[in-house]
Design a protein around this ligand. Sequence first.
Ligand code: NAP
Ligand code: ZN
Length: 352
Amino acid sequence: MPIRTRALQKTAPDQPFRIAEIERRDPRPNDVVIAIKAAGICHSDIHTIRDEWGAAPFPLTVGHEIAGVVEAVGDAVTRHAVGDRVGVGCMVDSCGECEQCTADQEQDCLNGTVGTYASVDRDGTVTQGGYSEHVVVDERFVLRIPEGIELDVAAPLLCAGITLYSPIDRWGVGPGTKVAVVGLGGLGHMGVQLAAAKGAEVTVLSRSLSKADLAAELGAARTVATGEEGWAEAHRGEFDVILNTVSADLDLGMYLSTLKPHGAMVNVGLPPEPQQLSLGSLIGGGKVLAGSNIGGIRQTQEMLDFCAEHGIGAVIERIGVDDVDAAYDRVVDGDVRFRFVIDTATFAAATA
Ligand code: NAP
Ligand code: ZN
């Protein structure tokens, strides 16, 4: 029997969230049924549900920063047991057989990764995300949340955490490297903590200095205000790696000028519009302009364990299910320190 569960749903980009009962599939032998306790709000949820990345499949429930407790498991499940604290990130299935999946890069599955929401699942249904009380997920895509990290603080690690951990690993961020994190939002504040914990010297490139004290608490050596004239000239040729988390258009050439020769600017922010670039900004100094998409499941578990070991978690603001529309506007206005997390216990008393 399919499971019926409450979820926050939108029927169109300009409609408010409402509470609906949605169906989760009848658990298969490899499935885990998760009672969701906390769901983070990622800017990708907002891009998606506001149709900024193209037409979304409505009605839709978003959310891919999910933390909860295992409520039931299928007969063939070996990795998780009832009562375990678990998380689910941006993907819920992949072919498991292609050269990407077998190299622990399920996010780049050659046969198409199934996203946690707005994706066509293998049974033809459209996946529905984590702003909900329950979800049913194949055990391969369910992560263990280590003891010592609260579930609501852990939820944003499942997207924001791995999205920064993966390029930090790939581009060799560590002792002796100078890293710039552009944009101090949900992703950026994880980037600062993770890069600092890896031993790098971290500079935050933010529009103003309004979050400089908080950036320092997260481990940044300094904050530079990119809204001030001449900031790029003052930091010319300084960084080994730039991690760009900004959700809007940027003057990429200006940022590239602050890289050392052979440095890399890695983009994880995904603004809706194409960006402009003069190739001269890359050719002088042999610079690299790269992208990065979340990370594989093995690496996501490694990131969670790393966070537990280093006492790292997301800095969150807890909200109820009635507060999500207002929270979206605040994220877009840059008015969140640093991630909103929905407490799903508030479904019980909600009016939405
Ligand atoms: P967020 O919390 O809104 O943070 C984005 C930050 O960008 C803001 O805090 C702000 O930092 C800066 N910013 C916003 N508008 C700006 C503007 N007009 N000009 C300059 N800076 C601006 O968003 P998020 O959840 O971290 O997500 C960031 C982006 O990453 C989104 O596009 C999202 O879709 C994408 N994303 C990608 C992946 C991936 O796998 N690649 C995964 C998750 C999310 P300051 O106030 O400090 O300037
Ligand atoms: Zn996300």
